[in-house]
Design a protein around this ligand. Structure first.
Ligand code: DC
Length: 233
């Protein structure tokens, strides 16, 4: 690609959208191209869910899960292993990069992320990380709640069927014993909770640019986002 020089990059870029819509793939590529860091905030909610299960905390115990979210230490660092990971996820000093991606965590993470106290703790950390700028921040509520003043907001959408197919292929490539119907059901369930919660539900910010990636390749979506950055000159 003959890439134009990008003069006026936004301080931060937000990418929101439903589960498995390709946010992290697109965000990582765009961030690499423009020399920004990429933070997938879903990791933080997954870390809380994983640690709650690990400590035997009842997921329905809001006070206990919230207290955990307030004390948990989550470090998201550049990948040190070539096993397909995009980041190293260190929780309270231990590498749990793959443990946060299990079906057990998938089953409870949306529930955990409904709790206002959990969201408050995560939002505070996310805003702090974004203060220095040069972050592509990915999640569900980044453009609406975490960084409402961000200059470039993307909302990446895709149908549940397309997202499930992509996630299914990804799971198989990681050697997981996946079933397409289960993936569809799990995504539908999470979409419902993510969009229906009272605090910071999944939705596009009014000033977000919505990209429907159903019929687009990763390359096409990246090109589209890079085009948006070039238009800012
Ligand atoms: O993107 P993901 O599937 O890894 O996200 C895991 C869960 O975290 C998802 O069900 C919703 C929640 N989440 C959220 O509520 N807000 C965010 N900013 C990011 C993720």
């Amino acid at each position: 690609m003959c890439q134009k020089k990008l003069k006026a990059l936004p301080k931060n870029i937000t990418i929101d959208g439903p589960a498995a819509s390709g946010k992290t793939t697109i965000g990582t590529i765009v961030a690499n191209k423009i020399g920004y860091m990429c933070l997938d905030t879903g990791i933080m909610y997954r870390a809380v869910a994983f640690q709650a299960l690990k400590e035997g905390i009842e997921i329905s115990d809001e006070a206990a899960v919230t207290s955990l979210a307030e004390r948990i230490e989550i470090d998201i660092l550049p990948a040190t292993s070539q096993d397909g990971r995009q980041f190293d996820v260190i929780i309270n000093g231990e590498d749990h990069t793959w443990d946060i991606r299990t079906a057990a965590v998938n089953a409870v993470v949306s529930e955990v992320s409904v709790y206002p106290g959990v969201r408050k703790a995560m939002t505070l950390q996310q805003r702090k990380i974004a203060e220095k700028g040069k972050i592509v921040m990915i999640g569900r509520d980044i453009g609406t709640v975490v960084l409402p003043d961000a200059e470039l907001k993307i909302y990446l959408d895709a149908s549940v069927e397309v997202r499930a197919q992509r996630r299914y292929v990804e799971d198989l490539s990681h050697g997981k014993d996946a079933c397409l119907e289960d993936v569809v059901d799990s995504l539908r369930h999470r979409d419902e909770i993510d969009s229906g919660r009272v605090v910071a539900p999944l939705k596009a910010a009014d000033d977000a640019i919505v990209i429907d990636s159903d019929k687009m390749t990763v390359y096409e979506v990246v090109e589209f986002v890079m085009g948006l950055l070039e238009m800012r000159e």
